[in-house]
Design a binder for this molecule. Structure first.
Ligand SMILES: Cc1cc2nc3c(=O)[nH]c(=O)nc-3n(C[C@H](O)[C@H](O)[C@H](O)COP(=O)(O)OP(=O)(O)OC[C@H]3O[C@@H](n4cnc5c(N)ncnc54)[C@H](O)[C@@H]3O)c2cc1C
Length: 498
């Protein structure tokens, strides 16, 4: 008999698992509390401007390609991804600028001409990052690090015997300082810890694998915006017969003993409904799955998850900006003067940084229709603490002022006169709109050596028939990883739910 599956949430992880399971003949229904698919990866329209609301940089596109291929589709027929020549333009407080090219020779020239570091150090560093990637991908990304069979595979044993080579004992900052001498280069490479919402002064240097992912495997942009990925997955899911219920909040996962047997949800007409399902995949935050949907605050898994530190959150200003700004690229960073202090404020003092590092993403430089002629769409992001009793109204007011002053001083403009449209994403909105625990962007932080092992695995050990995917479960947040989590959940279902 065809098994019925309910997927809770239509984030990138949920869409991936729905697509792959329907391909395998399961009857899949997705329940989404919002009115559109995508979760954090959404699209915002303000008059003639369009913004990607969350993810802006695409990495590891081969994961997306492989997932579509498994479902019987060819990526190139649906999405046009372009590799970026310029990964990011970095502005420093002394007004110097460093261009991070994807071409290693060009990037080496920048490092040689604009810092006290050398091309050979850069190459040594990137080789070291590649080594970490080669040793860790199988055990930490493509499989589960807590799966015994995986742990006992020859490759995993090699990785675990090589703990020093995968650099778990140093922090990201310590490792980067062992290669580079120029504070600008160190700050640039320390920034990669933020790709998992973590603190480079605490997170293990294993995270330096991210630099290999970006510099050697490439950073990409998508024609039509990141949201095109969501649109394609949604369309293919529907083609495969997946049913979607939007504006439907799942309130409860129903159990028969310790085996799941359905869900209760409230639809847009406020009807209280219950439906039976054989398998449930939660793409919602792990914490709310345990606490709210299972009323299980007492189990080991629930308590363990709650004890883990959430990743950072963010404030994003979506600004329609007058004029063309040719000195800016698609991806830009304006660095703070004291990076260590910035992370201390975010993670220890839990306040928005006084001198924030500012990320500006301008998709209209590539996708011309994202802004009217003579204007640009600026997505301006500042890393912030997760929600912890802050007065967000006040924090946002102060942050907006700091950001505008800083951009004005670095670029010698008067931004207040250029902003023609504005919307703001706040940690509170991230929490209320996507259900993310305390507004965290990437699930749990990787600030400890054990985080990779403690993250919720894709199959629940306690509840038979319950699976997890998305940023708060293994292997973590970010587009490629949440899609992998959807695939890993499906792999487990195919293994355990025959
Ligand atoms: C500002 C920002 C910038 C980012 N930048 C990048 C980037 O540049 N590159 C990158 O790779 N990643 C980036 N990310 C991270 C990336 O967006 C996320 O990791 C990814 O999109 C999360 O996917 P997910 O599968 O975990 O689902 P989510 O997007 O978290 O979606 C979960 C879905 O579940 C739904 N849901 C929750 N509870 C219920 C319930 N009870 N009933 C029904 N539905 C429910 C929610 O409404 C939501 O739609 C960024 C994120 C943000 C917010």
């Amino acid at each position: 008999m065809t098994k019925k599956v309910a997927v809770i949430g239509s984030g990138l992880g949920g869409l991936t698992s729905a697509l792959l399971l329907s391909k395998k003949g399961y009857k899949v229904t997705v329940f989404e509390m919002g009115s559109f698919p995508g979760g954090k990866a959404n699209s915002l329209h303000i008059n003639k401007f369009r913004f990607d609301t969350g993810p802006s940089l695409i990495t590891m596109p081969f994961i997306l390609e492989e997932i579509l291929q498994t479902a019987g589709y060819k990526l190139k027929n649906y999405l046009k991804l372009q590799k970026l020549d310029m990964l990011c333009k970095y502005f420093y407080p002394d007004k110097s600028v460093l261009n991070a090219y994807s071409d290693v020779e060009k990037f080496s020239n920048e490092i040689e001409n604009k810092t006290s570091d050398t091309p050979s150090t850069l190459k040594k560093h990137l080789n070291y990052c590649k080594k970490i990637y080669d040793l860790t991908t199988d055990i930490f990304l493509l499989n589960s690090p807590t799966n015994l069979k995986n742990l006992l595979s020859a490759k995993s044993i090699k990785s675990l015997l090589n703990l020093k080579s995968i650099d778990v004992f140093r922090t990201v900052d310590e490792a980067n300082k062992s290669f580079f001498i120029d504070p600008k280069t160190i700050q640039l490479f320390n920034r990669y810890a933020t790709y998992s919402g973590s603190n480079p002064y605490h997170a293990p240097a294993t995270l330096n694998t991210i630099q290999h992912v970006e510099y050697s495997l490439g950073g990409y942009i998508c024609e039509g915006g990141v949201y095109k990925i969501v649109e394609v997955l949604f369309k293919l899911c529907k083609e495969m017969g997946v049913k979607f219920h939007f504006n439907s909040v799942v309130k409860k996962i129903n159990l028969n003993g310790n085996k799941v047997n359905g869900i209760s949800y409230i639809n847009k007409n406020e009807d209280d409904l219950t439906e039976n399902y054989d398998i449930i995949i939660s793409n919602a935050d792990v914490n709310s799955t345990y606490k709210n949907m299972l009323s299980d605050s007492a189990s080991r898994a629930s308590k363990r998850y709650e004890s883990l530190e959430p990743s950072s959150s963010a404030i994003v200003f979506y600004w329609g900006i007058k004029g063309d700004h040719p000195d800016l690229e698609i991806h830009n960073i304006i660095f703070s003067g004291n990076y260590e202090k910035e992370f201390e404020e975010i993670f220890d003092l839990k306040k928005c940084p006084e001198d924030p590092t500012i990320y500006i993403y301008i998709s209209s430089k590539f996708n011309k229709s994202d802004a009217p002629e003579g204007f640009e769409n600026w997505f301006v992001l500042i890393n912030t603490p997760y929600i912890s009793g802050q007065d967000w109204k006040e924090e946002i007011k102060k942050t907006r002022e700091r950001v505008i002053n800083k951009i004005n001083s670095i670029r010698e403009i008067d931004l207040n006169k250029l902003i023609v449209e504005e919307e703001v994403l706040t940690p509170e909105k991230i929490e209320s709109q996507t259900g993310s625990r305390l507004g965290s962007i990437y699930g749990i932080s990787s600030n400890s050596r054990t985080a990779a092992f403690l993250r919720q695995q894709n199959r629940s050990k306690k509840y038979k028939g319950l699976y997890f995917c998305g940023g708060s479960s293994h292997p973590g947040g970010g587009i490629p990883l949440v899609m992998l989590s959807g695939k890993l959940a499906v792999d487990q279902i195919l293994k355990y739910e025959k």
